[in-house]
Design a protein around this ligand. Structure first.
Ligand code: MG
Length: 346
């Protein structure tokens, strides 16, 4: 039999599925939060069993993390890929004002990523780094991993890693914050600062080696912070008439909110909180900031902070007319703000 070409890496002894699941369970046990909430039966059975509390609604969100689409193995440390995989789903829960209850994770992995440094052993493998980042965030927000699936990723050569996450959250009945509740005259607000993720991604692209040992805090792209506390407080206080998380970029996500509420909006460029390392363009169109965009009735005072994060009024909602859906004023000049954020199919 001819020797395989050098570019094809065949691990001498990749983990079996059983060994991989055992490694996951060990890692999960280490980081598993004490609070199990509505998760009555978790990993180990054919299905997880959820026991919702009375007078609550469950919310569900699902997100892909695909290699070369959402992350690159040569740019993102595995801990960051695991963190971001969970953070994206948690950010969706935050936008609804929900409390996270359980996560379900499916992974298709090339065998090389299950190989430890010693070969065959789980220690030090890419997937363990991934789980480390994932579980660190899960522990912080008390999200139990309720189950999942593992498979070998198809294709020749090394194959690509694909993860899919399902998150279940709970919210008092009929209180979930929707994109559709904004009214003309409502004040448009964002949490935190924008554009930091796009700016860090550019820096990462230029010098990935500089980010190998990046730790959690202060890395808006590698380790975004889902605004669960802010979302929860907005819901509890009944402050927001509508909400969405900023995953695709302010210009794009604001147009989603306008679409669902049947309204138009205008914002002031000077009011947009721009991250210290970013440009206004990155703040307007760069995605993955995972801050919250929400509307507040004029009857309420805009709080300076909510859930430990700053709140910035950036404009207002208005009736949809013949003009552009979203207008931006800068130095007294008004122009149309075209949705130019992330779009997978553009
Ligand atoms: Mg979202």
């Amino acid at each position: 039999m001819p020797a395989p070409p050098k570019s094809i890496r065949i691990p001498a002894n990749p983990l079996t599925e059983r060994a991989l699941i055992a490694a996951i369970r060990t890692q999960v046990k280490k980081g598993m939060p004490v609070r199990q909430g509505i998760l009555a039966v978790g990993i180990g059975d054919d299905c997880a069993v959820l026991r919702p509390r009375p007078k609550e609604d469950l919310v569900v969100t699902t997100d892909f993390s695909l290699e070369d689409v959402h992350f690159r193995r040569d740019w993102h440390p595995p801990q960051s890929v695991g963190h971001r995989c969970l953070a994206r789903g948690l950010s969706d829960l935050a936008a609804m004002g929900a409390r996270p209850e359980a996560a379900f994770l499916s992974m298709a992995l090339p065998p090389a990523l299950t190989m430890g440094k010693a070969g065959g052993k789980a220690g030090g493998s890419w997937v363990e780094g991934f789980l480390e980042g994932f579980m660190r965030l899960a522990e912080r927000f008390e999200v139990p991993l309720g189950g999942g699936d593992t498979a070998r990723s198809p294709g020749a050569k090394d194959g690509l890693a694909s993860m899919d996450i399902v998150l279940i959250g709970s919210v008092p009945r009929d209180r979930a914050m929707l994109r559709s509740g904004a009214r003309a005259g409502d004040i448009l607000c964002v949490t935190g600062a924008l554009g930091g993720s796009a700016a860090e991604l550019e820096a990462l692209e230029r010098r990935p080696a500089a980010f190998r040992t990046a730790a959690n805090a202060g890395h808006p792209h590698l380790y975004p912070e889902p605004r669960l506390e802010a979302g929860r407080k907005l819901m509890r206080r009944g402050l927001a008439t509508a909400a969405i998380d900023l995953s695709d970029g302010l210009s794009t996500d604001l147009s989603h909110l306008c679409d669902e509420s049947g309204l138009a909006a205008e914002i002031q460029a000077e009011s947009v909180p721009v991250d210290a390392r970013a440009t206004l363009q990155q703040a307007l169109h760069g995605g993955e900031d995972y801050e919250l965009l929400f509307t507040i009735s004029r009857k309420h005072k805009v709080p300076k902070h909510i859930g430990g994060v700053e709140v910035h009024p950036i404009g207002r909602m208005k009736k949809a007319g013949k003009g552009p859906q979203v207008e931006i004023s800068e130095n007294g000049e008004r122009t149309s703000l075209v949705a130019a954020g992330w779009d997978h199919f553009r």
